[in-house]
Write a protein that binds this ligand. Sequence first.
Ligand SMILES: C[S@@+](CC[C@H](N)C(=O)[O-])C[C@H]1O[C@@H](n2cnc3c(N)ncnc32)[C@H](O)[C@@H]1O
Length: 269
Amino acid sequence: MNDLFSSLFSRPPVKIIRGDYYYDTDSDGDQFDEEDRDYWLGGRFRNTWHDKQHEGPVLKEIFDEVRRLFADVSAPFLEIACGPGMGLAPIILGSNPKLGCLATDACSIVIKSWLEYIDANLRGFNIGLSQFSVMDIPLVDGAFENVTSYIGVSSTRAGKEGQLKALKEIHRVLKDNGRFVAIESDGWKDVEAVKKVYASWDPPLWKPYDDEPGETWKEMFIKCGFEIESCDKSYYHKWDKSDNEFGRQAESVGIEIGDITTLYVLRKI
Ligand SMILES: C[S@@+](CC[C@H](N)C(=O)[O-])C[C@H]1O[C@@H](n2cnc3c(N)ncnc32)[C@H](O)[C@@H]1O
């Protein structure tokens, strides 16, 4: 990790690997393993990087809007819960390649695998990496002008409480008037299909749906101190093994599951 990012941390890491800060948060993230690492480095990372710059018509409008939002940005941004898809970073860096990005995830295998891939294939970019949970971000207040997420807050595993914790943390590490650009999940298209996949999951690693009607994203964003600048672009996202272990389970039992996702542009007030 370069000096640009290391000066933004508020507490020492538990471990430093090849200069990157690790905070021992594997239990908060997805339970990926070496098999996933091999799959990612065997082609998934390369495809991700390519597809997020050559998207099909369904995603084009939404990705073009993300590019437009970052066309004039020069300050580095923070990507939370970057996962095996690296979130919005490949979209943004594809059209603004000089921009610095600190890509983060709770899962150490995700971070170590991206380090390996970036070292071999993306050295021209300024991508820093760190392992931490978005529910407890080890960065100083006001560290970034922009934070990004692609199903990042939706991926936290502690229900609405966890999502609120994450949103408060994102708000804290944004500068005043900073922006949170997030594609987040508005919920399953077919909950009954999801319940069938869940029933087949042995052992279940986490619960992919909430039985309690709770606050909407808009209510949570406002509660955490954001103003909604826009949220008028949505699309259907089908889950598979490239998403996570639950997507893998759906694929293995042959049941299609997917959610509706929306691009939210939020301003810290
Ligand atoms: C479905 S992926 C999210 C999509 C991802 N942004 C992408 O573009 O591929 C889920 C990711 O969220 C991470 N995650 C889950 N809970 C987290 C948390 N509390 N903090 C940080 N990352 C988390 C997981 O480790 C996993 O890598």
